[in-house]
Design a protein around this ligand. Structure first.
Ligand code: ATP
Ligand code: MG
Length: 414
């Protein structure tokens, strides 16, 4: 069963570095249909590190250790694991040559302390490090596999991908082969789970997982059901939550989906943002190649900017207030006209923590969508947290565009 990760480093315990290696490994294993059983974090001190290694090896079939392969004295992972396994370290001439070359290529002379990184255990094998100096180590012992990897996330990831993941996947040929992801936006996790309850109850041969975030909720499924039953379950999810699903590809963003759909129609796009302060444009420009579709964005925070840059009328602002359906629509209309775009999306709201009133509480957000076919508006009441409100409403703005492009209801006609 069990695969464990042991993350080593004082910086992880002092709070100086956020421990992300185990998270990356967890995702990578999950993508391969494998479960991570436990994560341990220890500092660089020899005794706790040795204890943690010993304890993990009483449980785990696979132990992945990251960190502490560096050249300095506080990096002793390799020494401690080798000692635990009773395996002597020996200088590996080829590895030493490699490390020397790596320094020479950058016009540097290798420091003597780096010699330590060329020590390899007699009973283990070396895991090549394609981007750094410290090689990893792999042992097979009594039906267990131990992998030592550097702590530097990029190096750890490269070595996981090239060497460790294929090896670990081969150890578990029986893993469930079928996986799916549904990326959703617009429904809270609890409501999505409620709607899917008939499906989750009827299919306990499936592992269901809900991952909420400010992009929406990802629903992940995996199972060893036969193909017909599996297709039926996925169709069930689509017919229950279809309008809320923007992608079935892991890592594909809503912005990418929207840009793709706009490009397919040869439509250009502009944003007019108030409370989101540019987050919508940021999401859009995170996608490579967005310039073929995205004209730009107006961040019109002050009323005067809404008037001057978007042509929103002062009377409208005075009558309805900046946070209103009428102003959201006027912002979208103005942005669309001034940027000569096919589609404009506008967001205006009260992000918090201050600025709320009984009529217009914190978290009240209005969206406006303008296209050649007309304008639509949406009102949403989010919660008290500024950061969440800004991030989630920037995603919901894009979702209004997606819905329009897919022929789904995008809001009230305006
Ligand atoms: P190096 O050869 O670079 O010294 P190392 O194996 O000794 O590699 P560390 O010294 O432990 O690795 O860490 C190198 C860098 O990677 C540090 O900046 C550290 O904060 C970061 N790092 C280490 N472990 C983790 C982790 N689990 N999650 C995120 N970052 C990490
Ligand atoms: Mg370290």
């Amino acid at each position: 069963v069990s695969i464990e990760v042991l993350a080593v480093g004082d910086e992880l315990l002092s709070g100086a570095t956020l421990e992300t290696n185990s998270n990356w490994i967890a995702r990578a294993l999950f993508e391969s249909g494998l479960d991570l059983g436990r994560v341990t974090i220890v500092g660089d001190d020899a005794a706790p590190l040795a204890d943690a290694v010993a304890a993990a090896l009483t449980r785990a079939r696979v132990l992945i250790v990251t960190g502490g392969l560096g050249p300095t004295l506080d990096d002793r992972t390799k020494e401690i694991v080798a000692a635990h396994l009773g395996d002597p370290l020996e200088l590996d001439a080829a590895t030493l040559e490699d490390i020397r070359d790596r320094f020479a290529r950058r016009g540097l002379v290798m420091s003597e302390v780096n010699t330590k990184q060329a020590l390899l255990p007699r009973g283990g094998t070396r895991i090549p490090n394609p981007i750094g100096s410290a090689p990893g180590v792999h042992w097979q012992r009594d039906g267990r596999e131990i992998f030592l990897l550097p702590g530097v996330p990029r190096e750890m990831q490269a070595m996981m991908q090239a060497t460790v993941l294929p090896r670990v996947a081969a150890l578990y040929p029986e893993v469930p082969p079928r996986r799916a992801i549904f990326r959703t936006v617009g429904l809270p996790e609890s409501e999505l789970a409620q709607r899917l309850l008939p499906l989750t109850n009827a299919n306990d041969a499936i592992g269901w997982a809900f991952y909420p975030g400010t992009d929406g909720v990802d629903v992940r499924l995996r199972s060893s059901l036969d193909a017909v039953a599996w297709d039926a379950v996925r169709d069930g999810v689509r017919s229950t939550a279809g309008a809320y699903i923007y992608s079935e590809t892991a890592g594909e963003t809503l912005a990418a989906v929207v840009l793709h759909a706009l490009r397919a129609r040869n439509w250009t796009f502009v944003t007019a943002e108030s409370c989101t302060g540019g987050f919508v444009s940021q999401r859009v420009t995170d996608v490579p190649g967005s310039s073929t579709v995205f004209r730009g964005g107006f961040v019109t925070y002050a009323n005067a900017a809404k008037v001057a840059w978007l042509g929103v009328s002062e009377e409208l602002l005075a009558a309805h207030g900046a946070v209103s359906a009428a102003v959201a629509v006027a912002m979208a209309r103005g942005a669309r006209a001034r940027a000569e775009s096919d589609v404009a999306i506008a967001v205006t709201g009260i992000a918090g923590p201050d600025g709320g009133t009984p009529e217009k509480p914190v978290g009240l957000i209005y969206f406006g969508l303008a296209t050649a076919a007309g304008c639509w508006t949406r009102r949403l009441q989010l919660g008290p947290d500024r950061d969440t409100n800004r991030r989630y409403s920037s995603q919901l703005a894009l979702d209004m565009v997606r819905r329009h492009l897919q022929g789904l209801p995008a809001g009230e006609p305006a």
